[in-house]
Design a protein around this ligand. Structure first.
Ligand code: 13P
Length: 255
C-alpha cells in the first residue's frame, strides 16, 4: 500500500500576519518541486490565516488551522467555528494536540466532538495522539493510545475516517530535542494502525496516513519517514524557518 507523505508545519503560537507573509513568500519560491511526492501543509495561528490563505491560493501548499470549536456559533467567547475556517479556504485542522489536552483540558470526548464538527464541514482533521513519558515508563503506551484512538473516533464513520490523518506525537519528544528512535516510532505507528484495523478493518487501516511528530528535523526526517508505517511528519520548531522546513521535506521525501 503506497500512501502519499503528508508533512505539516504546526507553528503553534508563533508568527503573526507579517511574519507569516515573509515566511510564505520565501517558502513558496522553492517548494514546488518537492510537492509531487508529498502533501505539504502549513498551520499558522488564526490571525495569520487570512494572509496565508491569500498567499497559498493557486499554490501546492495547503492551509490548516490549529484548532476549531466543537460548536456552531453564538456565545463562545474566544472561539472560532468551522464555517469561519471554510471561508478562508482552510483544508485541514489539527485536533487533539497534547498541548490542547494538557494545557486546555481537552478530553477525548471534546476532541471527538471537534472531529465530528470538522467533518460536517468537510475539514480534514489531523488527529493527534501520544503518551507522556510517565505513561510510557509505566508500560501504559498501548492502553493510552487505545483510549485516545477509540475515544477520539467514537461514532466517526469509515468515510469520514478516510479524510482524517492521524499524528502520533509522544509528549516526551515534543519540543525537547529528544526524538523517538525510528524503531520506537515504527512500533507505535504499527500499533495505531492495528487499532484502526480493529475498528474499521485492515483495508481501511492501510489507507490512513499516520504522521510522526516530536523533534523532527532535517537530520532525522529521512530515517523516520523511511519506516513502513510512518507517512509524514507534524513539525513544530523545525518548521519555523523556511530553509529548515524545506530541508526537512526534501530529506523526508528521500527517506
Ligand atoms: P517540535 O517539532 O517542536 O518537537 O513540536 C512537535 C509538535 O508538537 C508538532 O505538533
Amino acid at each position: 500500500m503506497s500512501r502519499k507523505l503528508i508533512i505539516a508545519a504546526n507553528w503553534k503560537m508563533n508568527k503573526g500576519p507579517s511574519e507569516t507573509g515573509d515566511f510564505l513568500k520565501t517558502f513558496l519560491a522553492k517548494i514546488a518541486p518537492l510537492t509531487s511526492n508529498c502533501e505539504v501543509v502549513v498551520a499558522p495561528p488564526f490571525v495569520s490565516l487570512p494572509i496565508a490563505s491569500e498567499l497559498l491560493a493557486n499554490s501546492n501548499v495547503e492551509l490548516a488551522a490549529q484548532n476549531v470549536s466543537q460548536f456552531d456559533s453564538g456565545a463562545y467567547t474566544g472561539e472560532v467555528n468551522v464555517v469561519m475556517l471554510k471561508e478562508l479556504y482552510v483544508r485541514h485542522v489539527i485536533l487533539g494536540h497534547s498541548e490542547r489536552r494538557s494545557i486546555y483540558g481537552e478530553t477525548d470526548a471534546v476532541i471527538n466532538g471537534k472531529i465530528k464538527k470538522a467533518r460536517e464541514a468537510n475539514l480534514r482533521p489531523i488527529f493527534c495522539i501520544g503518551e507522556t513519558l510517565e505513561e510510557r515508563e509505566a508500560g501504559k503506551l498501548e492502553e493510552v493510545l487505545r483510549r485516545q484512538v477509540r475515544g477520539g473516533l467514537d461514532g466517526v464513520s469509515e468515510k469520514d475516517l478516510l479524510d482524517c490523518v492521524l499524528a502520533y506525537e509522544p509528549v516526551w519528544a515534543i519540543g525537547t530535542g529528544v526524538t523517538a528512535s525510528p524503531e520506537q516510532a515504527q512500533e507505535a505507528h504499527a500499533f495505531v494502525r492495528s487499532l484502526l484495523a480493529e475498528l474499521y478493518g485492515k483495508t481501511v487501516s492501510e489507507k490512513i496516513r499516520i504522521q510522526y511528530g516530536g523533534s523532527v528535523k532535517a537530520g532525522n526526517a529521512a530515517e523516520l519517514m523511511g519506516q513502513p508505517d510512518i507517512d509524514g511528519a507534524l513539525v513544530g520548531g523545525a518548521s519555523l524557518e523556511p530553509q529548515s522546513f524545506l530541508d526537512l521535506i526534501q530529506n523526508g521525501v528521500a527517506g
